[in-house]
Write a protein of this length. Structure first.
Length: 472
């Protein structure tokens, strides 16, 4: 199968082929929608590459997802979650990224490696017009390396300037800017410099001015920033960018300045900076807060997390958050403190509580809180501890139980709440049942107990009792 076949030819090769009429207008509209999504969640500089591609400027953003490989993986996963099979590549230039994603293995092409990596790729990796590629193939030029080895002047006279222009774009010999789409929902502040900025002090002053402008716009909309990108455009057209994420929404200009200013050390002004742009890639509602008290303490903790996670040493800070799981011991996972996933929801970090399967991780990313109608104990005992209980089967709570050597007499109980085993994660839980009870003892203590099994069928569990949590 290859592009250009007629329907009849395709059906001869694949008799049960599903044929659908092309809808170029709908495809273009969907590509534009994906570009707007990427501009909100990945980078403010996103360009269209019809009919089926996007150019995304990821300069200064990769560290927010770990590294460039992690960013690509998350982007491809996000596309898969939206129903699209995608290939992605990161390279020094748009042309190199395009060719490496479509005709190379994809992934991260190391800086400066385009010339060596592209030598064996076909000419189609240079985005040549079909007639130009056919003319080169007719004289035996099939790869990028063979084209690069040709004497340029005679080849340009024979085949035109396009092959070598595309070659120079891919290898970074010429500047190929991305033509960005405009996303009106992205908040940003811009600054044009009357004179090129050359040193650290003017860059810091420009950053303060941009922060003052952007935070005022955030305050007017009742919003706080979670992900910022500061981009400097040099007089030669190159862009130097830095980015940061925050643990919670904020519009505190002083706090954001403390996070951004140390990153300016990585900016190379070259022959001078002529423009700067500060973009809030991700924002969340932020209501006015009372100063002092618990609110100030929480804000101080969030600022500490921001300083730790955005420093040059990339300190790893994780936080617990709810996961989507019926089993209580799997309903909490550890996540990166910034929680800046492409889909706007946390992605599990390594550590205890991480879901045990890929499907589990996908389910965990969908949850944001525990159901209010199903209260859970603030202290969960993991793993559950066995108790000796006396109870009537099949669905009565214990009347008394012994836990950690102490006898407890139950005076009140609520339940059962029945949970079924997650067979798609653990094969041994197929058919398993747990009946949970909230019980209050004679001395006012409250426990969360469960019986393994439904009280009737031995195949559902051992009918043993366990303590899984303590209230209060």
């Amino acid at each position: 199968m290859q592009p250009g076949l007629t329907v009849a030819q395709a059906l001869l090769l694949v008799p049960d082929l599903h044929v659908a009429e092309a809808e170029p207008e709908r495809d273009a509209a969907e590509l534009a929608r994906l570009a707007r999504w990427a501009a909100r969640h990945v980078s403010p500089l996103v360009g269209l590459n019809p009919p089926d591609g996007l150019f995304i400027d990821a300069t200064g953003l990769a560290h927010l997802w770990g590294d460039e490989t992690a960013l690509i993986d998350r982007l491809v996963q996000a596309m898969a979650g939206r129903g699209y099979a995608a290939r992605a590549a990161i390279a020094d230039t748009p042309g190199a990224a395009w060719g490496w994603a479509r005709f190379g293995p994809g992934g991260v092409l190391p800086p400066g490696a385009q010339e060596q990596a592209f030598g064996h790729l076909p000419l189609d990796a240079l985005r040549l017009a079909p007639e130009t590629a056919d003319a080169l193939a007719a004289v035996g030029i099939d790869s990028v390396g063979e084209l690069a080895a040709l004497p340029r002047a005679p080849a340009v006279k024979r085949f035109g300037p396009q092959p070598f222009a595309r070659l120079d774009d891919a290898l970074g010999r010429t500047l190929e800017p991305i033509q960005p789409i405009r996303c009106p929902r992205v908040l940003e502040a811009t600054l044009a410099c009357p004179e090129p900025l050359m040193t650290a002090e003017p860059l810091a002053e420009a950053t303060h001015r941009l922060l003052a402008d952007l935070t005022a716009r955030l305050a007017a909309g009742g919003l706080g920033a979670r992900l910022l990108r500061l981009a400097f455009t040099r007089v030669d057209g190159a862009v130097q960018a830095v980015a940061l994420g925050t643990a919670r929404p904020t519009r505190d200009a002083a706090h954001l300045a403390r996070l951004l200013l140390p990153r300016l050390e990585t900016v190379d002004p070259g022959f001078g900076i002529e423009a700067a742009r500060l973009t809030a890639l991700r924002v969340e509602p932020l209501a006015p807060q009372q100063l002092g008290g618990d609110a100030a303490a929480e804000e101080g903790l969030a600022e500490l997390v921001d300083r730790l996670t955005n420093n040059a040493q990339s300190v790893r800070v994780a936080m617990p958050a709810p996961c989507e799981s019926d089993m209580p011991e799997r309903s909490v996972g550890w996540y990166p403190a910034l929680s800046l996933s492409l889909r706007g929801c946390p992605s599990p970090a390594s550590g205890r509580g991480r879901p045990s399967s890929r499907r589990g991780r996908e389910r965990a990313m969908a949850a944001t809180s525990w159901p209010a109608s199903l209260p859970r104990p603030p202290r969960l005992i993991h793993p559950p501890e066995a108790v000796d209980a006396i109870a009537m089967l099949p669905d009565h709570p214990p009347v008394r139980f012994t836990w950690r050597g102490c006898l407890h007499r139950v005076v009140r109980a609520d339940g059962p709440e029945r949970l079924y085993g997650e067979w798609w994660r653990v094969a041994a839980e197929t058919g398993a049942v747990r009946d949970y009870f909230q019980v209050e003892t004679h001395d006012g203590r409250r426990f969360w107990l469960f019986r393994s099994g439904d009280g009737e069928d031995p195949a559902t569990g051992t009918m043993e009792w366990w303590c899984h949590g303590v209230f209060g």
